[in-house]
Design a protein around this ligand. Sequence first.
Ligand SMILES: Nc1nc2c(c(=O)[nH]1)N[C@H]1C(S)=C(S)[C@@H](COP(=O)(O)O)O[C@H]1N2
Ligand SMILES: [Mo]
Length: 310
Amino acid sequence: MSPPLPTGLDPVEQVRAGLTPYATGTKDFYRVDTALVVPDVRAEDWTLRLHGEVDQEITLTYDDLLALPLRERWITLTCVSNEVGGDYVGNAKWLGHPLADLLRRAGVRDGADMLLATSTDGFTLSAPLAEATDGRDALLVVGMDGEPLPREHGFPVRMVIPGLYGFVSACKWVTDIEVTRFADRTAYWTERGWAEKAPIKTASRIDVPRSFATVRAGRVPVAGVAWAQRRGVRAVEVRVDRGEWQPAKLLPSASSDTWCQWVLDWDAEPGGHVLEVRATDGTGTPQTDDVVAPVPNGSSGYDSVTVTVE
Ligand SMILES: Nc1nc2c(c(=O)[nH]1)N[C@H]1C(S)=C(S)[C@@H](COP(=O)(O)O)O[C@H]1N2
Ligand SMILES: [Mo]
């Protein structure tokens, strides 16, 4: 029911190139939890209350939710705290019911602009209502990679909204969604200095060679991933020792809401070299070399690796 896995490079070739897999896999998927102990929520005890600035409150049980139309989508999740080159990012196939459909049923009142989501562990996040209802695949998620949501990733139900960092979109163990206003309410991380509006910034990462690796002179595969959820990645380029930007090959991705893998054959000459990467998003805007720390709305800058060629 989800679009087929992108192809374009032979799996053997991918492994040889040391490519980060397109599908992260639940075991390798990063986790960010404020709770010290992973909540243990039983599906039969779970309910979701959708209330606030709505004409009609809705309460759903797990069975109610499973009886609603579900769709499966590849979406790359990213943490706002991810440093340039970091691995707080992962791609999975999520199964869920569109949040927009539920909100339409409830009837959102004029003036509301925020969804305040609360989890069983007390964590809260504020998601912008506009982004949750603009036609993107904002989902109340029950499945991850063809399985029920793992406990660590929010069993039985979490939110996923493509294009927004996890702390303003991806509430795990969600049991309460209040339709409200940014002017009236705040959430866990926004009370701790992080931004209220946090669309994911265009980013790219070099995964091979590893930094400080020693490689043999000649043809060396350089590879990694790049993401610009919603806008998509139009191009990835690599430069060596601040030379000309060279275009990498992009592998197909399921949609603009996921990362894409890229590879470049580098003709490596002996010596020490610095490789840098930049992506250009679907609007034609390239990453810049402005180095920005994650707080308050996401890091930016070129990822780089230092390589010795023998
Ligand atoms: N209940 C709850 N939901 C949460 C969080 C949390 O700490 N508690 N962390 C958020 C953050 S900051 C991110 S980046 C994503 C991470 O989702 P994952 O742990 O499934 O990768 O979940 C979001 N949802
Ligand atoms: Mo995050």
